[in-house]
Ligand binder design. Structure first.
Ligand code: HEM
Length: 487
């Protein structure tokens, strides 16, 4: 009954629930997008639900995205939410275990490292890793067969990202010891650890041991690489961070480089590996699109398909659209949260969000809203062509993005947070890995279509469901597809 009597008429409507602490945790946790859509239909773009005892206010649509993601530092705070989960995994003094101004500097170092020159060197590295993986992976041994694709994509993602971003010394350690340690680190990245991060549970013990061991491996490698001097020719992120200096003149300490390396690999791993898995599942669902991708390469690069170069990627629009469209329907991060630091009036409404609430943005909701994306549930990479009947309204009206730029301390970024399409977030916490992820995914897809034809195991066009049990949404496993080698 208490729920039906609003305590404060300026607070958004509260989703009804039976049990005080649990609130809507279970219905939200099982399927966040459906939970958002159903409650949006009842309450509109702004409403509150109880998540593990905490009132959580969702703000949806382009203006909701803007309200949360472009919130001012005095109003919203990300580290207060995330640090309990991330600090034991990444380590001290980086990302959310430091003041926001320091994170902005760290993001600037990371962003500066991702130059065109570096990208040019990454495409052959990634191409080689993918081709080599297909050759040695037991699951791809036959001319044709069935493969559980998320497992394979997880490995391809970690081999390609570690080689490109962390250099060949670290990459080679993945074959020996690092893969298992990262697996243990990953176990700390589970939603129950929002509450139990401190508990001496078996998975937290493994997490802590893995964190210390992985960080030491990086620190030893830093020493090794410094000793190599000019003989070390690689253009990776690790090398750049080893040579970076904070504005106050302090060189980035080795333990911070090590911890940033862990953070980057973890941030990229889940998002990119989930995205590449969805891409492969979609290609298995629609084999004719996989054929179109192959023909696009033949047409643009020539029938002999020379080794891929960085410049080639820009010439393959369908290959690019595959990623855009997959991120529209399968964005790996369904909920972006912030603590509220001062009461926040929601523009255009009577609501004021109190400091006792958490704010939540769900850009995936606007990305599948028919108001912006005609026929939103159809996975149609061609919709990103201007004359497609399914073209997003943002493209049709030629307002591709709000081009106003802003600098939060890590370089200019598009201010466009009032956009319906934000798979990489917006504002001060926007992704710095977007261009790397695109390059990595485009190269993986381009190489895969050169090697294989995919289809669903039963020859039909059903798609596997989504697993929301971890922090990142990904395909339910096993997610088997049928592959056949190209001649
Ligand atoms: C932040 C998505 C790949 C590094 C973010 C955010 C999103 C996102 C939505 C904002 C989180 C927030 O506001 O709380 C994605 C997607 C990816 C991807 C969809 C791939 C498809 C990567 C990669 C890297 C990376 C490959 C590293 C090379 C980061 C970092 C942040 C971030 C450092 C900043 C966190 C902050 O400032 O709080 N990403 N990401 N991401 N991402 Fe990515």
């Amino acid at each position: 009954i208490g729920q039906l009597l609003p305590t404060n008429s300026n607070e958004p409507p509260l989703v009804f629930h039976w049990f005080p602490f649990i609130g809507s945790t279970v219905t939200y946790g099982m399927d966040p997008p459906t939970f958002f859509k159903e409650n949006r239909a009842k309450f509109g773009d702004v409403f509150t639900f109880v998540l593990l005892g905490k009132k959580t206010t969702v703000a949806m649509g382009p203006s909701g995205n803007d309200f949360v993601l472009n919130g001012k530092l005095k109003d919203v705070c990300a580290e207060e939410i995330y640090t309990v989960l991330t600090t034991p995994v990444f380590g001290k003094d980086v990302v959310y275990d430091c003041p926001n101004a320091k994170l902005m500097e760290q993001k600037k170092f990371m962003k500066i490292a991702l130059t065109t020159e570096a990208f040019r060197s990454y495409v052959p590295i990634i191409s080689h890793e993918v081709t080599d993986y297909f050759k040695r992976c037991a699951d791809f041994k036959g001319k044709s067969g069935v493969v559980d694709i998320p497992k394979r994509m997880a490995e391809i993602t970690i081999f390609t990202a570690s080689h490109a971003l962390q250099g060949s010394i670290i990459r080679n350690k993945f074959d020996v010891s690092l893969a298992a340690l990262y697996h243990d680190l990953d176990m700390g990245f589970t939603p129950v650890n929002f509450m139990l991060h401190w508990a001496p549970l078996p998975w937290n013990r493994k997490r802590d041991h893995a964190q210390r061991t992985v960080a030491k491996t990086y620190m030893d490698t830093i020493v090794e690489r410094r000793a190599m001097g000019d003989a070390d020719k690689e253009l990776d992120m690790m090398k750049h961070l080893m040579n970076s200096t904070y504005k106050n003149g302090t060189k980035v300490p080795d333990h911070e480089v090590a911890h940033m390396m862990i953070a980057l690999l973890m941030a990229g791993q889940h998002s990119s590996s989930s995205t590449s898995s969805w891409i492969m599942l979609r290609l298995a669902q629609y084999p004719h699109i996989m054929e179109e991708l192959y023909q696009e390469q033949v047409k643009v690069l020539g029938a002999d398909l020379p080794p891929l170069k960085y410049e080639d990627l820009a010439k393959l629009p369908l290959n690019q659209a595959i990623i855009k469209e997959t991120l529209r329907l399968h964005a790996p991060i369904h909920s972006i949260m912030r603590a509220v630091k001062s009461p926040m009036p929601v523009p255009g409404t009577k609501y004021v969000i109190p400091t006792s609430h958490t704010l939540l943005a769900a850009p995936g909701v606007s990305a599948s809203d028919p108001a912006y994306f005609p026929n939103p549930d159809a996975w149609d990479p061609h919709r990103w062509e201007v004359d497609s009947p399914n073209a997003p309204t943002i493209i049709r009206n030629a307002v591709v993005e709000d081009e106003e730029k802003i600098d939060y301390g890590y370089g200019l970024v598009s201010k466009g947070s009032a956009s319906p399409y934000l798979p990489f977030g917006a504002g001060r916490h926007r992704c710095i890995g977007e261009h790397f992820a695109n390059l990595q995914l485009q190269t993986i897809v381009a190489e895969t279509v050169r090697h294989y034809k995919f289809r669903n195991v039963d020859g039909g066009n059903t798609l596997i469901g989504t697993d929301y049990a971890s922090l990142f949404s990904r395909p339910l496993e096993p997610a088997n597809i049928h592959y056949e080698e190209r001649d």
